[in-house]
Structures are given as structure tokens and as C-alpha cells.
Design a protein. Sequence first.
Length: 249
Amino acid sequence: MMIRDSIQKQGETLFRYRGYVFLFLVPAIIFALQDSEWIEIRYGDFVDDIFDWFCFGISASGVALRMATVGFVPRRTSGRNTRKGQVADELNATGMYSIVRHPLYLANGIILTGFLLATGSLWLTVVGLLACCLLYERVACAEEAFLVRRFGERYLNWAKITPAFFPRLSLWTPSQRAFSWRSVLKREYQTVFGTIVAFTFVDYVEDLLALGRLELEYETTALLVCAAALFLLVRYLHKHTRVLHVAGR
């Protein structure tokens, strides 16, 4: 098998399970967190808190990028897949897709960057980002092969001028669709909750390893409780009502 074909085949498999791939980093994260309090020890609580919120801000910007992307896209596009594989009823080429071919993967990389930095471990950040690059290189390869088959010359012409992962702002073309907050809530509530849980996990494990006991900080716990309440509310609305339904989204 050609190397290109092998990468594409790996990408097709990873595409289905891309939401779970990074779980393999959990043992490494726990190991790295044993020395994560060095910022607080060296510079104090205030600097440590500023750094934590800075890292959270990086991840939040990634979440915002995902929202800015999915708020305009139609249904059955933009990373949607089934058990049988990828689906794409339309080619997204406006909005965020006018400046970068894979805005959702870029957003995921930004979210992961903030989270890894929050561990205070340089080696884990490097390893995690390398794993991210390897994953999305393969997933993007498989996705683009599918889109070439699906849209042919139209996709190739768009891909020639649109960068894969590094946005070119000069190419911006606004979407003809209106932004839909209901669509964003329906498709991104899990991302928001997952991001907050990840940062809470780091905060709690840091204290557990450093102090030998679980210390529930007010800000972290309050954020987690609010996120959990929002998650349950939106999930109920999504699964049992049509409040978040938007025609064609």
C-alpha cells in the first residue's frame, strides 16, 4: 500500500473515533501534574491564577472559533459523520471556511493547546501537540479525499487557494446564511462542557497530588456546576423538544 493511501486509511478510522483519541494522554497528564505546582511555588498564588485563566482563555478562543464556524453551516456538513462514514450535502466555502479549510480542527488544536499549557508541563505540551498534528493530518487527508470524490473540480479549485490550517484573512467571504445561536447550542454544548471539565480535572488533580486531599476552590467549582446545569438543560432541549431545531441546520 502506498504511504499516501495508508495515511488516508488511518484517517478514515480516526475520523470516526477522533473525539476519543486524546484519552490516551490521560495517564501522561496525571504523571505530568505531579510537578505542575512549580509556578505557584516559584511565583505565588496570584501569578499561578493568572496563568491558569490565561490558558483557559486560549481554549475559550478555540471554542469561540468552533461556534463562529458551526453557527453558519447547514446540516450534514462540517465534521458530521455516521457509522458508515463521512457525509457532506454541501461544500462549505464561506464564513470561516473561506479563510481556512479545516477551521474546526484548528479550533480543536487551540483548545488542546490551552489545556496542555495549563498542566505547566513543557514536555506534555510538546507531546500532545505533536499527537494533535499527527491525528488531524490523517483525518484531514481522509476528509479531503472524500470531498474530492463528492465535489470534484469545485472542491479542488477552492482548496488551491484556501490554506488547510493557517487562516488567510484576505480571503474572507461572508456566509449568506444568518448566524444561528440555536444551532450553536445544539452542536457545541458538549464542547463547552468538555473544555470546562478538562480544566477542572487539572485543577483538582493538582491539589490532590500536591496536598494529598481534594480541595474544592470556589471559582473552579462554581464554573463546573454552572456548566453542568447548562449541559443538562441544553441536552434535554436537544433530545426531547424542538426548541433548538432550525430548518436546514
